[in-house]
Every structure is written in structure tokens, then in C-alpha cells.
Design a protein around this ligand. Sequence first.
Ligand code: CMP
Length: 139
Amino acid sequence: MEKILVLVKPDGVEKGNTGAILARLEATGTRLVAARMLKISRETAEKHYAVHRERPFFNSVVEYITSGPVVAAVFEGKDVISVIRRAMGATDPAKAEPGTIRKDFAESIERNAVHGSDSPETAEYEISLYFKPEDILSY
Ligand code: CMP
């Protein structure tokens, strides 16, 4: 079954939107199969965002994602990556559709409330940064 790594980012946690964001994701009909709260280390953040290493926003996004607690979660389901990313909305909240998480909770392209893996390969890599295989539960 397809899986996706979700992060409720520091702005989402700090503003008390974690529960609302996870509720919207659960309401997609996909299944929450792992979750934990943590402060991401610089080393893990640099691995997570390694594909963006050459981009001008790399240092800033690493600083930001390590600036406060996040909630990491794994959702599972049919086409879960596209289903969850649709519920999240566009990366830039100014471009996000009404009713999406980023339209309602994000402040800016960087402080954009949530992260979701963009492909099955990325999801597998990102899940391995935050969870051991036995942390993923089936029910
Ligand atoms: P995320 O899905 O976590 O993956 C990369 C992150 O970089 C992205 O969300 C944004 O929060 C952040 N970011 C900051 N500036 C930009 C930008 N100009 N284009 C894309 N992503 C950006």
C-alpha cells in the first residue's frame, strides 16, 4: 500500500494547528499509521532537503524546519500521495485553493504548515529518516 511522510511544520505546531491539520488529513479517508513529535536535527534536515541543496532557499528552509518541534506522521492508502498533497494545497499558500490546509493555515511559502512527500521513492526515503520499520503500524 502506498505511503507518504507528512510533517506538521514548526509554524503549524507553534500555532496549535496540529490536531486540525491531522484531522483534515484523516478526513481524506487515508489511514494514519505512525506519528511522533520531535525537534529535527540539522543533520536530518539536510538529508531531508538534500534534493534542494543547490537552491537559494536551502539554508533558510533547513534553519526553519529545525527551529521548533514538528509532528512527523505516515499516512497510508490508495493514491495516498496525490490525495494528501491535494488536501495540503499548493506549496505557496498564495496559490493554494480554498479549503486546502495551506490556504487556511500557512503564512508563506516557507512557513507553509505542512510537508508531504512528492513520490513513492521520496516517501520511502523520508519515512526512513523519522521512523523505524516497526514504528509503522497496521490495523
Ligand atoms: P516542502 O514541501 O517542505 O519542500 C521544500 C520546501 O522549501 C517547501 O516545502 C517550502 O516550504 C520551502 N521553500 C522556500 N522557498 C521556496 C521556493 N521558492 N520554492 C519552493 N519551496 C520553497
